[in-house]
Structure formats: structure tokens, C-alpha cells
Design a protein around this ligand. Structure first.
Ligand SMILES: Cc1ncc(COP(=O)(O)O)c(C=O)c1O
Length: 306
């Protein structure tokens, strides 16, 4: 994956600073103890101006992640929404990936994070589809990870905390080293949870399903978008658990996420999924693409124009 290309400005603790000045100390508390919560949000070109997709829902999740970790960000939802818009404008980009992040700053060391000031930053960069453009049409090859997904007895999966991504990175590295594109993670009781940075959907006999929040997943905003589409398209949909073997016998599987979009899965542990076509995944992918690029009036309420 190519390195991030520098842009112009980053929002840091209430003001825009030059890209190269957005620096932190090596003793930043959050770097050592993973006390950091973040978001991943996309701004896309639309027929009129660029627009950020479901910005308010992302900021709600950001604030909820912070609340779970007893972090007081010191900014209201409105201020954070405005800061995201301001940062996109300042960088004069038409499409980008925004990464609001809040972390315990430089100050005291040791495991008690409550002593340290919380810093909030909003960097952004230009980023293509996470698993690549080709993966969106051809689908990805996955392995079921030997690493179990974190569960809420140890780390709250519904808080988008940096700590969770050490678990994700172990699964991702394992999959890449074994020659696959991506991992699928089971939870502590062996049921399917999600990908390292994506939710997962299954299609079987015309029924769409995805694991419930209680399976130990991040409640994806793209997942919620797909659920909304399934209602609008009158597709039978359930939030239900499925097993590893039900992955293999699916008619279709796909990932959903802000970074990845709607990405079909073509193989799991050497078994081809379905007949190699992805009719429903592709239909939902087209709808998602239409919604994020402002081509579908019905979903224009999800767009914040920049
Ligand atoms: C672990 C995990 N699951 C699911 C998702 C998908 O969430 P969203 O659709 O809100 O991007 C992400 C991405 O943020 C993630 O990191």
C-alpha cells in the first residue's frame, strides 16, 4: 500500500496547522497505552459539490467511543462536524478519507489515563478503495483467522479504540502472510464476527444477514446503510449469527465499511463462494456508490456538502 501523500492542513486541538507541523511527543500517553479513539469518514465527489457521507453518525460514534473510555473531548458534536468540514475545505480536495482521532496526550506516564489532557486531531488524506479497485469487481480471497476477535469482556468492540486494531493487525498480517487478501474473524465462541476493519454480510437463498452487535463487532455505519437499503429494496434481512461452515455454503458474502465500500468475497479458506457471481452484493454496491456520490435523491439526507 502506497504511503500517505502530504496535503496542506490538519486540524489539531481547535486550529488548522500546516501538515508538517502536526506532530506529537514520543511520550504521548495514547501512543504507549492505546488510549485513543478514532473515526474513518469519507468525503466524495458528487454531481454538485463534494459531500461527506453520514458525518453526523460518525461523530456520534466518535463521541460514544470517547464516552466508553471516559474521555472528555471538550468539543460539541456541532464543533466537531464543523471542524471536519473546515479541514476538507482547507485542503481543497474533492475526495478524501478523514480520520478524527482523540488521544491521551503528553503528560503523566503510567496506566491511569485520567490525569492526561485529551488531544483531538482531524487529519485527512486521499485514499482509494481499501482492498483495491479490482477487488470491488473481482472479490477478495479470505482466510478465517486463528486470532479470535476481541470481545466486550476484555475490550469493548463497539468503541472504535486504537487498542482494538492490534487484534485486527494480527489477523491482517496472518492473512497477508498466508497469501490471502483479508481475514475473517470469529468471536470467542467461534461464531463469525467481522473482518479486521469491515463488517460482513451473507446471502443464502435470497436472505441477507449480518452478525448482530452482540457478536462483538463494530456497528458499522456502512452496515447500517446496507440494512437501510435492504428495507428499501424489500429484501428479507436478519441480524443473526452464522458459523464458519455457513461461510463456505453461502451464495454470496461481502464486506462493508467506509474504507472498503461494499466488497464481494470470492473465496474463504480455499472454497469458492457461490457460483462466482455476486448479484445482490453488486446491486448493493451500485446503490451505495450512487448514495455516496449524490446520484440518489432518496439518500441525499446522508450527505453533508462541503
Ligand atoms: C473493526 C471494524 N468493523 C467494521 C467497520 C466498518 O465500519 P464503518 O462502516 O462505519 O466504516 C470498521 C471500520 O471502521 C472497523 O474498523
Amino acid at each position: 500500500m502506497a504511503s500517505v501523500q502530504a496535503l496542506k492542513k490538519i486540524w489539531m486541538d481547535g486550529k488548522l496547522v500546516d501538515w508538517d507541523d502536526a506532530k506529537i511527543h514520543v511520550l504521548t500517553h495514547g501512543l504507549h497505552y492505546a488510549c485513543a479513539v478514532f473515526e474513518g469518514i469519507r468525503c466524495n465527489e458528487t454531481v454538485a459539490r463534494s459531500a461527506i457521507f453520514r458525518l453526523e453518525e460518525h461523530i456520534d460514534r466518535f463521541l460514544n467511543s470517547a464516552k466508553i473510555y471516559r474521555m472528555n473531548l471538550g468539543y460539541s458534536k456541532r464543533e466537531l462536524v464543523d471542524a471536519c468540514i473546515e479541514t476538507v475545505r482547507a485542503n481543497r480536495v474533492t475526495s478524501c478519507y478523514l480520520r478524527p482521532i482523540a488521544f491521551t496526550s503528553y503528560g503523566a506516564m503510567g496506566l491511569n489515563p485520567l490525569k492526561n489532557k485529551i488531544s483531538v486531531a482531524i487529519p485527512l488524506w486521499e485514499w482509494g478503495p481499501y482492498l483495491g479497485e479490482e477487488a470491488l469487481s473481482k472479490g477478495v480471497r479470505c482466510m478465517v483467522s486463528s486470532w479470535a476477535r476481541i470481545d466486550s469482556r476484555s475490550l469493548p468492540p463497539q468503541a472504535k479504540c486504537s487498542a482494538n486494531y492490534a487484534n485486527s493487525a494480527l489477523a491482517k498480517m496472518e492473512a497477508i502472510s498466508a497469501g490471502y487478501d483479508e481475514a475473517i474473524m470469529l468471536n470467542a465462541i467461534g461464531l463469525v464476527a467481522e473482518g479486521p476493519g469491515e463488517n460482513i454480510f451473507r446471502v443464502k437463498d435470497g436472505i441477507l444477514s449480518t452478525p448482530p452487535a452482540s457478536s462483538g463487532i463494530l456497528r458499522g455505519i456502512t452496515r447500517d446503510t446496507i440494512i437501510q437499503f435492504s428495507r428499501d429494496l424489500k429484501i428479507t434481512f436478519y441480524r443473526n449469527d452464522f458459523t464458519r461452515e455457513e461461510l463456505f455454503t453461502s451464495d454470496e458474502l461481502f464486506f462493508s465499511g467506509t474504507a472498503v465500500g461494499v466488497n464481494p468475497i470470492r473465496e474463504v479458506d480455499g472454497r469458492q463462494i457461490g457460483d462466482g457471481g455476486y448479484p445482490l452484493a453488486k446491486k448493493l454496491q451500485r446503490l451505495y456508490d450512487g448514495a455516496i456520490h449524490g446520484r440518489l435523491k432518496r439518500y441525499s439526507g446522508w450527505l453533508t456538502k462541503v
